[in-house]
Design a protein around this ligand. Structure first.
Ligand SMILES: Cc1cc2nc3c(=O)[nH]c(=O)nc-3n(C[C@H](O)[C@H](O)[C@H](O)COP(=O)(O)OP(=O)(O)OC[C@H]3O[C@@H](n4cnc5c(N)ncnc54)[C@H](O)[C@@H]3O)c2cc1C
Length: 476
């Protein structure tokens, strides 16, 4: 067994870990990074990039079908193997660009291959070949898809986001478990690619929304085109040969049966802390899970930091990279750690129409301090021109300052409009200031103006403090 000493050991060479390593080096300290799985990052291998490649193919098919709305006739044929071949080819290019700088790191002995396990505080065994002693440690070990037991029993009919992009054909019938962003993005894309799709969930929620009005909107919009059941009770899931058979019940008691050739389980992701022997790490644990400060990424007072999806705060790419910076910099300067202000929160789901949640979550709003303005996109000029007039956006502002604080959005061009609002929120822009900005005509941004004008009117409406209100309740 080899023994090495370093200033900082980073476990996990995903987005957070690679960023953490660079931050440590920038701070003039030595860093080793170890990874126990396939290299290339979740984002490039099995996450953001291949999912968007599949969605790009789905949008091409949708656009071809939609052409008839404008009087343009086409015949559409989906070549499933060509679709999946492009997804893999382009994905492999993204992965290759991540791997390129890692070869020299491995040759230099900075990148070690093997999973890390704690032996004692500051001491980690990598695989079965190296013991590393480090003054500080960054855990950037990510998460993995979780497959609930009734579905796990279906064996190799089950795919997750880790394996679905390796399919060489689009399945004929797909049963999707999970109505969150990943289940919805992939399930809807498969549906556009000539696959018969059923999407089910158990908690009644669709997509990223907390606002009950947005949840209702999402149910109406996606329910109109997808066989989607957000709150089922599963009665049975059995396998008969190459077919999975399901019986489930909706909340109103309606019983359904479905058959599928594949089952895509997108029922959440879990950190795999039990594999790290954290009981030897000298950090505070809550039922085996590290207790982490979101602003410093530190575990208690220990020289251990948790970055990226593993810490469970904001499991999206740019936040993983931010975490990596914070954790790496703090590991290098331990014990003099600093808290870093976070960016305005922004979550986007690349469904059609797209969904986004930015800024302050619905469950932190209250009647006395906040107001809501909204637009129903069905009434918006440019969206009607493009035959994309669907969905709703609700923008929240603070009564005392008129500052925009958050929004939940379902509609056209949401990936772009969400950025405009997130930037406005982070810059502390008020509703009157936003309305003083230029809006061209005819563009979808005019829809934001409609919601802001409504919000301005709501802000002017005095509601006596303490009066009961129907607007805000517990998150949906
Ligand atoms: C289908 C899908 C679509 C997504 N789409 C988007 C999107 O559109 N936009 C967006 O912002 N985000 C998206 N995400 C989320 C985004 O991919 C993640 O937030 C991000 O990749 C997390 O990076 P990370 O560094 O925390 O983890 P990872 O990239 O998963 O890295 C963790 C690494 O740790 C290694 N490891 C695990 N255990 C050990 C150990 N004991 N020792 C050493 N190494 C270990 C693993 O092998 C892995 O390489 C998507 C995710 C999925 C699954």
């Amino acid at each position: 067994m080899k023994s090495i000493e370093t200033d900082v050991l980073v476990l996990g060479a995903g987005t957070a870990g690679l960023t953490a390593r660079r931050s440590v080096e920038r701070a003039g300290k030595s860093a080793l990074i170890a990874d126990g799985g396939p290299l290339g990052t979740t984002c490039a291998r099995v996450g953001c990039m291949p999912s968007k490649l599949l969605i790009a193919a789905a949008r091409a098919a949708d656009d071809a079908h939609r052409a008839a709305l404008f009087g343009v006739r086409t015949t559409v044929e989906v070549d499933g193997s060509a679709v999946m071949e492009r997804v893999r080819r382009e994905r492999d290019r993204f992965v290759a660009s991540v791997l390129e700088p890692l070869g020299p790191l491995e040759e230099a002995g900075v990148l070690l291959r093997g999973a890390g396990r704690f032996l004692e505080p500051g001491v980690v065994r990598i695989g079965d070949h190296t013991i590393v002693r480090a003054a500080a440690i960054v855990l950037a070990t990510g998460t993995r898809p979780y497959v609930p037991p009734p579905y796990a029993a279906l064996g190799d009919l089950v795919v997750t986001s880790d394996t679905v992009f390796d399919l060489t054909e689009i399945p004929k019938r797909l049963f999707v478990v999970g109505t969150g962003p990943i289940g919805l993005e992939l399930g809807q894309a498969m549906s556009s690619l000539a696959c018969e799709v059923t999407i089910v969930g158990t908690d009644g929620r669709i997509g990223p929304f907390h606002d009950p009005k947005m949840q209702a909107e999402a149910r109406a919009v996606f329910g109109a085109t997808l066989d989607i059941h957000p709150q089922i009770t599963l009665e049975s899931a059995v396998r008969e040969g190459g077919v999975a058979k399901f019986v489930f019940v909706d909340p109103d008691g309606t019983r359904h049966t479905r058959e599928a050739d594949r089952v895509l389980v997108a029922a959440g992701r879990r950190a795999h802390w039990h594999e790290l022997d954290l009981q030897h790490a000298g950090i505070p644990l809550d039922e085996g899970v590290p207790m982490v400060d979101p602003l410093t990424c530190q575990c208690g007072d220990a020289p251990v930091f948790v970055a990226g999806d593993a810490n469970g705060f904001r499991p999206i790419l740019h936040e993983a990279a931010d975490d990596g910076h914070v954790a790496g910099a703090n590991a290098a300067r331990y014990p003099d750690v600093i808290a870093k202000a976070r960016r305005t929160e922004m979550k986007i789901a690349f469904s059609d129409p797209q969904q986004a949640v930015v800024g302050m979550p619905w469950d932190r709003l209250d009647c006395d301090r906040h107001r809501v303005g909204e637009i129903d996109w069905r009434t918006q000029g440019r969206s009607q021109v493009d035959a994309r007039a669907l969905g709703r956006t609700r923008i929240y502002a603070e009564v005392d300052t008129a500052r925009i604080v958050g929004a939940e959005m379902l509609g056209p061009a949401v990936e772009h409009l969400a950025h405009l609002l997130a930037w406005a929120i982070q810059a502390g822009v008020t509703v009157p200031q936003a309305l003083a900005m230029p809006f061209y005509h005819p563009v979808v941004e005019e829809g934001l103006r409609t919601a802001l004008v409504d919000l301005q009117a709501q802000l002017r409406l005095a509601r006596p403090r303490g009066e009961p209100c129907e607007e805000f309740g517990p998150g949906g």
